[in-house]
Design a protein around this ligand. Structure first.
Ligand SMILES: [Zn+2]
Length: 400
């Protein structure tokens, strides 16, 4: 049995939140029950706008799709009734209306201010994007388009949506040619924009509330503009206000002074990092010299076997500074939450550090390995580090 195309109530009335309908078809879609109705106010995903949600006979509608003109409502559970009452999730729908109308206004504002055409539109869960056919727009051009869009919102232009014939269409200054050839629906922002569109829109441009561009991204010869409208823009303002006041509190200054405070902090940080690097170099050289002096010569070798509590990167620099001394055998344990073993030796010492580390790390319940002259590993605790270092001491003594 073929099902006739669904009558779409939102085309004539975007503000219709409840309706009654007859079930005319049933199927299973990805394991979920789906029903078709003779008429629906549910908007199916399309034209850059996501589907509506809501309920049919109290059953949640998860998704809405179109197949051959039939609107299918994907349900969370079976709906055995033949006559259903549909209720649209209005906050979601009205948000979509604000974003979509805002897009029409912003797209036309880009035409008016910078002669930039919109080639794609996508409404995301958090933000929407339009792709412009020009990638060379500067910040002042974006600001100009945003200003025009908000002026259109302030001017409270009435919005209409009408289905027109081809002849009527030829009389309208459409922003771009329609993708369909029959029953073309033209959405008009009175006196400003005419677009072929099947989406849901607010009744007056003032209901968009606000358009705010929040980001741009160059994509080849196109520019992707991210924007927020209405409730989303207000929520974003609240988020930014909380962020700015949080920063001002942290820096104990006014919001306008935060940037200057961050710049001063960054400059200070740079100087401190430089100082720290210099001091680290001095400490590494001094410590290496002191430890070398304290290590008793054993024939041609000096064994430096120690546990230290410094960052691993600093311990590596120390090991490097020691291993350049002929006869050096360096066995370091780095204390910490993740204790490390760091074994190295001078080029004139023959003991294989990779083999030694693998064996003693295992004695401490850890693992590791490496080259004959440089090896690293980890053990589970500082106690295990002590066990591994003792094992290393015994093996080196036996080796001699
Ligand atoms: Zn549209």
């Amino acid at each position: 049995m073929t099902i006739v195309a669904t009558e779409r109530l939102y085309i004539y009335d975007s503000y219709l939140r409840e309706f009654a309908a007859q079930v005319v078809g049933r199927q299973v879609s990805d394991g979920k029950p789906a029903i078709a109705l003779d008429r629906t106010a549910f908007y199916p995903t399309g034209g850059g706008q996501p589907n509506d949600r809501g309920t049919l006979a109290g059953v949640p509608v998860l998704d809405v799709i179109v197949e051959d003109g039939v609107v299918w409502h994907i349900l969370a559970a079976e709906c055995p009734r033949e006559e259903v009452r549909g209720v649209i999730d209005w906050s979601r729908r009205f948000d979509h209306m604000q974003q979509h109308t805002g897009q029409h206004i912003l797209s036309q504002a880009f035409v008016v201010t910078c002669d930039a055409e919109t080639v794609a539109f996508h409404m995301g869960a958090d933000a929407s994007t339009i792709d412009l056919n020009r990638a060379d727009l500067r910040p002042d051009a974006l600001a100009a388009a945003e200003t025009v869009a908000n002026a259109v919102i302030d001017a409270a232009h009435p919005m209409t949506a009408t289905v027109v014939t081809q002849d009527e269409l030829a009389q309208l200054p459409l922003r771009k040619p329609p993708k369909v050839t029959e029953a073309i629906r033209v959405v008009q922002v009175a006196g400003f924009d005419w677009s072929a569109c099947g989406g849901t829109h607010v009744a007056n441009s003032s209901q968009v509330g606000l358009v705010k561009i929040t980001g741009i991204e160059r994509r080849g010869s196109e520019l992707r503009v991210t924007f927020l409208c209405g409730g989303r823009a207000r929520a974003d303002y609240a988020r930014l206000q909380a962020l700015a006041s949080g920063l001002a509190t942290r820096f104990t200054c006014a919001q306008d002074e935060v940037l200057g405070a961050v710049e001063r902090l960054t400059a200070e940080h740079k100087v401190i990092r430089k100082d720290l690097a210099d001091l680290e170099t001095q400490w590494v050289e001094a410590t290496a010299a002191a430890w070398w002096g304290e290590a008793a010569p054993q024939g041609q070798q000096r064994v430096i076997l120690r546990a230290i509590d410094v960052p691993v990167e600093r311990a590596k620099k120390l090991a490097q500074a020691l291993r350049v001394r002929p006869g050096a055998l360096v066995i370091l344990g780095v204390l910490g939450e993740r204790p490390q073993l760091l074994f190295t030796r001078a080029d004139d010492v023959s003991l294989n550090m990779g083999d030694l580390l693998r064996t003693v790390a295992a004695a401490g319940g850890g693992r590791g390995g490496g080259r004959p002259d440089w090896a690293q590993g980890g053990v589970p605790s500082n106690e295990a580090l002590g066990v591994a270092l003792d094992a290393a001491r015994v093996r080196i003594m036996n080796d001699e």
